[in-house]
Design a protein around this ligand. Structure first.
Ligand SMILES: [Ca+2]
Ligand SMILES: [Ca+2]
Ligand SMILES: [Ca+2]
Length: 481
């Protein structure tokens, strides 16, 4: 009998081990680790759209939970999609899974995802008295001392199930609150009930949990036609949606609920809404490193620190004061502005730019994964791989010439276009630097501005020649001495 029944597997494991050891020597290992995420969702129709997309990113995350929760909009007896609303999506995922793994073996099985799909607190808006299967799953993940990695807890609906879980921990393990808080990262799509203000802030605020509360998600919300610029709108229009997602892409994408009829300037097949998707866009490991600080910006938007460790949307209105309490439909700047219905509202367009600026990249990325549901590896496109040569975080001196050098490859052998650019909105430097040879992978450079104590953020963006074109990035953060 063969003493080694899996020689190929043995070699693969060895290669993986060697690769891990090599990667471990620079900072790119950080970027290659899969983020741990817990989704809580209120099952709205735009959550259903987000769920189709999220499942196509199941290879990128360690999904610890998909938990249904209520919100101010949805609860038992109130526009409720059903406790099991996610089930048809997981069933469709099961059908496309055998094809998805041809493109990335890291996709989890539908059975695994179903085992982590649980019902949270859903009986009423803000209900957090009952201990539920969903709240207990969050407790279990947070109390698992064996895994110290951060847990990104997303609220696509109310924060009530999350609040219930934290209350259980406070009641049963008050001595472990600090340890638990250290792991938590929050990303909320508005505060869709009062439980963050009523319970989480007063009881957990002292631990300074990093908390993002987005209003700029409105860029991908029902009213997108009013403020997404024309060139980005084409990626949301029926013509693009039908060819790239809705038709001929298998049972999961065919469940995607685009617009069904002519209504308020929207056509059948147009993008409807995915207001909650930025909560997981933020964690997609695309090289932008946005999850290292909410202020750095990326596919899930860009935020400013408003109080303690709470990050909200950057408002540029002079003298503006953020509300002391909830950031939601009744108070968030963009939402209130939208209600004014100012035609051609440039201030609103600019406020939402941190989110809409990525729509082309996001939609192409979605479309490639839709292809993965039905196509063979050699018929579909896959991401370029970008590696920065040299450190990702650098200390530099004023007026120093910084050499920029990256290596980009593509698993499909596509041609690659390189573009270096300064992420001016994300960095603290006032100056806009001129990047010499900004289309060269190995020969770009810039001169550090004379701004001691500030940072310059430089992105290398690599786009492949495949269909749809896919992009990956790396970011250098230069700290000026
Ligand atoms: Ca929602
Ligand atoms: Ca490619
Ligand atoms: Ca700047």
């Amino acid at each position: 009998m063969d003493s080694n029944p899996h020689p190929v597997l043995g070699v693969t494991l060895l290669l993986l081990l060697v690769a891990t050891m090599v990667l471990g020597q620079d900072d790119s290992l950080m970027a290659s680790e899969k983020p741990r995420v817990i989704v809580t969702s209120d099952g709205e129709i735009d959550d259903e759209c987000s769920m189709v997309r999220f499942l196509l990113y199941a290879n990128e995350f360690d999904i610890e939970g998909i938990i249904t929760s209520s919100s101010q909009y949805h609860a038992h007896g109130h526009n409720w999609a059903g406790d099991d609303w996610a089930r048809p999506y997981l069933a469709a995922y099961a059908k496309v899974y055998p094809n998805l793994v041809k493109h990335d073996p890291r996709y989890p099985t539908a059975e695994f995802l179903q085992s982590r799909t649980l019902l949270g607190n859903v009986k009423a808006e803000g209900e957090m008295d009952e201990v539920t299967a969903g709240s207990q799953r969050i407790v279990e993940v947070l109390l698992d001392a064996a895994d110290e990695r951060p847990v990104w807890i997303q609220a696509w609906g109310g924060t009530n199930t999350i609040a219930r879980a934290l209350k259980t921990i406070e009641q049963q393990h008050p001595d472990r609150m600090a340890e638990v808080a250290k792991k938590i990262r929050f990303y909320f799509i508005w505060e869709q009930d009062e439980t963050y203000q009523r319970y989480i802030r007063p009881h957990w605020g002292k631990y300074g949990i990093q908390t993002i509360i987005s209003d700029q998600f409105v860029a991908l919300f029902y009213h997108w036609k009013k403020y997404v610029p024309e060139e980005q709108q084409s990626y949301l229009a029926a013509e693009w949606m039908k060819v790239n997602l809705l038709e001929g892409h298998g049972p999961l994408c065919s469940l995607y609920k685009a617009h069904t009829k002519e209504d308020k300037g929207l056509s059948e097949g147009d993008f409807r809404s995915e207001g909650d998707s930025p909560a997981f866009f933020y964690n997609i490991p695309n090289g932008l490193r946005s999850d290292e600080s909410p202020g750095w910006g990326g596919w899930g938007g860009r935020f400013v620190r408003v109080r303690e460790n709470t990050w909200l949307d950057p408002v540029s209105e002079p003298g503006y004061e953020y509300p002391a309490g909830r950031w939601y439909t009744g108070s968030a700047w963009g939402r209130l502005r939208l209600k004014k219905e100012i035609s051609g509202d440039e201030a609103l367009v600019s406020y939402l730019k941190p989110q809409w600026r990525w729509i082309d990249a996001l939609q192409n990325d979605f479309a490639a994964r839709a292809d993965w549901c039905v196509k063979e590896f050699n018929e579909a496109n896959h991401h370029p791989v970008v590696k920065m040569n040299g450190k990702l975080n650098r200390n530099v001196k004023p007026r120093e010439v910084v050499q920029l050098d990256a290596t980009a490859t593509d698993p499909d052998g596509d041609e690659l276009t390189v573009r270096w650019w300064q992420y001016c909105e994300a960095d603290s430097a006032e100056a806009t630097v001129r990047i010499k040879n900004s289309d060269s992978a190995h020969n770009a450079s810039f001169i550090v501005p004379n701004e001691s104590g500030k940072e310059v953020h430089i992105i290398v963006e690599v786009t492949d020649s495949g269909t749809p074109p896919l992009v990956r990035y790396q970011r250098i953060v230069c700290q000026i001495e």
